[in-house]
Design a protein around this ligand. Sequence first.
Ligand code: MN
Length: 308
Amino acid sequence: MSQAIVLQVNKSVLEKMNNHYSPFKKEQAPPYTLFAAKKGTVTITAYKSGKVLFQGPSAEKEAGNWQASSSTPTAHSTDLKKKTTLPPNFSNWSVIGSDEVGNGSYFGPVTVCAAFVPREKIHPLKKLGVKDSKLLTDSQIRLLAPKIEALIDLRLLTVTPSKYNQIQPKYNVNHMKAVLHNQAIYLLLQQIAPTQPEGILIDQFTPEKNYRRYIKTEVHPVTDNLYFTTKGEHYHIAVAAASIICRAAFLDSLEALSLEAEFPLPSGAGSKSDAIAAKILKKGGLELLGKYAKLHFANTEKAHKLNR
Ligand code: MN
């Protein structure tokens, strides 16, 4: 896998690097760079600002030689694309963020939300406590969701298990998600018009190329100004807000379905889910189970086995 590591070093270290890599220097250095070198499989690009980029299969090892003298606390090993997709200062832009929840849970719906956070709402959202939903408890999420809804424009789509079971045999899961993200974003763009976001950040679940292919045949494909990254909530608060809205809607829906089913439906896809599914199967077969669960999960087969 191609690695890219960025170190921030001071002037004296930069000078040492300049000497160290001089036998490996490329003849031409790109603009704003002090030098560019190729040592073995690693390309080293040093900027006058003290930023030094190591790229290639052994980038991590090469950068490791300088780690102690750099001011970067830990080397970030990421694939190159991730580092380069988002423009500098992106977290302060006016952005539509989109995310989904429920995809990994046997019981309950899939929820998708697109949320628009203009620049001036970034700070108020932070003050509310909006952050990575994985750092929040379920009850914090349920308290936050209505406050977010009161503050910004958003669109939420919920695919019930019954609907999911109809769609899933025809669409693969990523195709379904792409279509849902696109629809939520399109509806939100209509809602906020004539205002336009500076960018649209999708919490990445499939390569960009595939996303674009999946939405090609949609009636209203949104294709401009799209950015993709995993852990999107770390790059813009709009994704964090969307994620909280999705999670709250998922929890509400799971609770409503539990009341209807008269069984406590767990989130996730573990052995607890198998045991409850077995009981529902006994009561009403696949037809009943399909109202509450995503039937193509392996849990369905495990539940059948429990009843044998
Ligand atoms: Mn996500």
